[in-house]
Design a protein around this ligand. Structure first.
Ligand code: 13P
Length: 253
């Protein structure tokens, strides 16, 4: 059984004080929820505050990126040890904003994933197609390529510490959500592809999250799909009331 996970990616939002307040409100929203995981990815500057605020709860704290090197002359980068030092135990890698706005390519993303896993971080590996890819009916080809490049040279055992987030770029921050049926089709494809790359059993245990305009009013439909194991939430994760409603999605039996 895959345990659902709801993740909030705060992107470049929140001062330390705002982050503390938001984290505290989210802690209150998850009291008693043991059948699902919750992950928060604040900006690096607020990691320590958020970690402190959620300590004693089961909330997982994540960085929004990580360097593959342990230390050295890498201006602007953060090492796995630095994330652990701030209380984070997970990291988002390959977000489409990193790919599109900061030129991160599949090879770089693969290096980051290797570094993060070697250090013992839980990795949320993001993939997704653009609108142009979708319109050209290239969605599955692109996702397959991102999966193969991103996971190059990773052994099956490492997949136990990887979560895949499918985020169609055209649905991020646009208010356009993939329909639950569209998302399910892609999630089913990703799971099958992982089964081909590794083993069926590994694919069956892998959690695959959907991201892109997830809101309180579409979360229940998304979570009712058999291959959607959670959500990676942007905008709605910045509002405690919305995020708490998303966390408390209705579990289908
Ligand atoms: P939105 O929920 O704002 O569309 O953002 C999705 C996202 O990019 C999460 O990583």
């Amino acid at each position: 059984m895959r345990k659902p996970i709801i993740a909030g990616n705060w992107k470049m939002h929140t001062t330390r004080a705002q982050a503390r307040e938001l984290a505290a409100a989210i802690v209150s929203g998850c009291v008693g929820l043991s059948d699902r995981d919750v992950l928060l990815a604040p900006p690096f500057t607020a990691l320590s505050q958020v970690s402190r605020e959620v300590s004693g709860s089961s909330i997982i704290v994540a960085g929004q990126n990580v360097c593959w090197q342990e230390q050295g002359a890498f201006t602007g980068e953060i090492s796995p040890a630095m994330l652990f030092d701030c209380g984070a135990t997970a990291v988002i890698i390959g977000h489409s904003e990193r790919r599109q706005l900061f030129g991160e390519d599949d090879k770089l993303i693969n290096r980051r994933i290797h570094g993060a896993l070697a250090a013992g971080l839980l990795v949320v590996f993001c993939i997704g197609e653009t609108l142009a890819h979708r319109e050209a009916e290239k969605t599955l080809d692109i996702l397959k390529s991102q999966l193969h490049w991103g996971l190059t040279d990773l052994v099956g055992d490492s997949l136990a510490s990887v979560i895949i987030a499918y985020e169609p770029v055209w649905a991020i921050g646009t208010g356009k959500t993939a329909s639950s049926g569209q998302a399910q089709e892609v999630h089913g494809f990703i799971r099958a592809e992982i089964g081909r790359m590794y083993k069926k059993e590994i694919a069956e245990n892998l959690r695959i999250l959907y991201g892109g305009s997830v809101k309180p009013d579409n979360i229940d439909d998304l979570m009712a799909q058999p291959d959607i194991d959670g959500a990676l939430v942007g905008g709605a994760a910045l509002d405690a009331e919305s995020f708490n409603r998303i966390i408390n999605f209705t579990q289908q039996i």
